[in-house]
Design a protein around this ligand. Structure first.
Ligand SMILES: Nc1nc2c(ncn2[C@@H]2O[C@H](COP(=O)(O)OP(=O)(O)OP(=O)(O)O)[C@@H](O)[C@H]2O)c(=O)[nH]1
Length: 447
């Protein structure tokens, strides 16, 4: 007949058995030892970890076994005054076994004092983790070196809205902005006035989201107001492993894009003559027909993605044949150059100014609605009327006629828009020249 005492003893024996089973199976090395280091019990993982350190294959004392890599361990345990507690926690031990290629085995050791006579050692192989951490530290150091030493790249982190969130040291060298002064500013701050519109800035972020990156070249603005020729690449920060796709909604001010601004004035100088030859009108320096139609395609593609106005202005010098006849062909050229300069003076950088025929010019105005386009056209007409051209110190008074049209959904492509602006231009000529006319639908369409 079993007594209550027998039952308790049996239960305790079962618990002890379960504990031994756990020690045996545990994925970390567990060693129970006496205060002098004598090993009382060790599980298979710890035997495996300690074996390379044992000179004779026998593992009887942990302090002796670990002496080559942790010579102070015995002393440390002996001087640990508290009755129990953690003597050391996850100390890294580097084991240089002769047959190991690819670096030392790295062990982590924690020592616990259980009571005055008993210690417990917890050992784990952290070789892979240690290598990963070193690799990360090395990569960090490289990145740091790149970020701080490259002189002609400014690296900027932007938030979802395109506002500067962080930057590298070069931002000051490239843009002249003290880093603290630029935090929270929109990246348009690096563009001269009129070189980009709000809609274009959003387009670029969207383009980066869709294609992985977006790159543009053009004039950039330094803090002191001077300009330089730069490229700006924006790419979205990668979605981290394990994050949901599409990514979880991000707070507005978290970093979302990386922007790299580079001063490429030198490269631009070298390629500028080639670029000019291919895309500029030789007389006026404005875009030529080819550049104009390429820019038009791009603008219309962007408009398709985000509905927004696009206006077109076409300009024709009045009675130009008579100017040539009266003053000579070179004087006519001077008038065309004067007209180009005047166009530049009333337009933004983001507008596309082109000479598309002999004495015919055009301007694409992105994100400009009809009323504003008419106002710009009128300003241009008035400016030409107010300031005559000059050739060999002789003023040459001339005038221009202008047609204005805006893109709408009834139009299929850019040809339709040009046709409308041309119709408006002819209307301006018909009505007596030196005036602006807006395209109007024919009476049948109006009804
Ligand atoms: N100087 C100069 N003249 C040019 C150039 N290209 C075209 N032309 C001249 O521009 C004139 C255009 O004349 P037309 O098309 O008859 O028109 P217009 O005299 O301006 O009259 P409206 O347009 O009806 O006001 C022609 O005489 C061309 O020779 C150029 O590059 N330089």
């Amino acid at each position: 007949m079993s007594t209550a005492g027998d039952d308790i003893a049996h239960e305790q024996a079962q618990e002890y058995e379960a504990l031994l089973q756990f020690l045996y199976m545990a994925p970390v090395g567990l060693v129970q030892l006496a205060a002098d280091g004598a090993i009382q019990m060790l599980n298979p993982v710890s035997a495996q970890l300690l074996m390379p350190l044992s000179r004779d294959g026998g593992l009887t004392n942990l302090f002796e076994a670990l002496a080559p890599v942790a010579p102070d361990l015995r002393q440390q345990c002996a001087t640990f005054a508290a009755p129990q507690g953690t003597i050391c926690d996850a100390v890294r031990l580097y084991v240089h076994a002769d047959d190991r290629s690819g670096g030392p085995q790295v062990m982590s050791l924690s020592m616990l004092k259980l009571n005055a006579d008993r210690l417990m050692a917890v050992l784990a192989d952290v070789t892979a983790q240690d290598r990963r951490e070193r690799q990360l530290r090395k990569t960090d150091a490289w990145l740091n070196a790149i970020m701080t030493n490259i002189t002609d790249y400014a690296l900027v982190c932007l938030d979802r809205q395109g506002r500067v969130e962080s930057w590298n040291e070069s931002i000051e060298r490239v843009t002249g902005y003290a880093s603290a002064a630029i935090k929270g500013q929109h990246y348009a701050r690096f563009y001269p006035d009129g070189a980009t519109t709000e809609a274009q800035q959003l387009d670029r972020l969207r383009e980066a989201d869709e294609n992985g990156w977006t790159l543009d070249e053009g004039l950039r603005l330094r803090a002191d107001g001077t300009e330089f020729w730069g490229s700006a690449m924006i790419s979205p920060l990668p979605v981290r492993d394990g994050e949901t796709v599409p990514p979880a909604p991000q707070a507005d001010d978290e970093p979302a894009y990386c922007m790299i601004i580079r001063d490429i004035s030198d490269r631009r100088d070298a390629s500028e003559s080639l670029r000019k030859a291919a895309y500029s009108d030789h007389l006026t320096g404005l875009s030529n027909r080819r550049a104009f139609f390429e820019a038009a395609d791009l603008e219309l593609a962007r408009r398709k993605k985000a509905l927004r106005p696009v206006a077109l202005i076409v300009i024709d010098a009045d009675h130009f044949k008579a100017i040539n006849d009266r003053h000579g062909h070179p004087a006519g050229d001077a008038v065309l150059s004067h007209l180009a300069r005047t166009m530049r003076s009333v337009c933004r950088q983001v507008d596309v100014l082109a000479r598309i025929g002999g004495e015919e010019f055009a301007i694409i105005l992105p994100s400009v609605a009809l009323d504003d386009a008419l106002a710009i056209a009128e300003r241009l007409r008035a400016e030409v009327e107010r300031t005559p051209a000059s050739y060999e110190q002789q003023p040459i008074t001339y005038s221009i006629s202008i047609g204005v049209a805006v893109m709408d959904d009834t139009l299929d492509g850019f040809d339709g828009l040009i046709k409308r602006a041309d119709e408006a231009l002819y209307a301006a000529k018909r009505r007596g020249r030196n005036q602006v006319a807006c395209w109007e639908p024919p009476p049948a369409e109006q009804a």
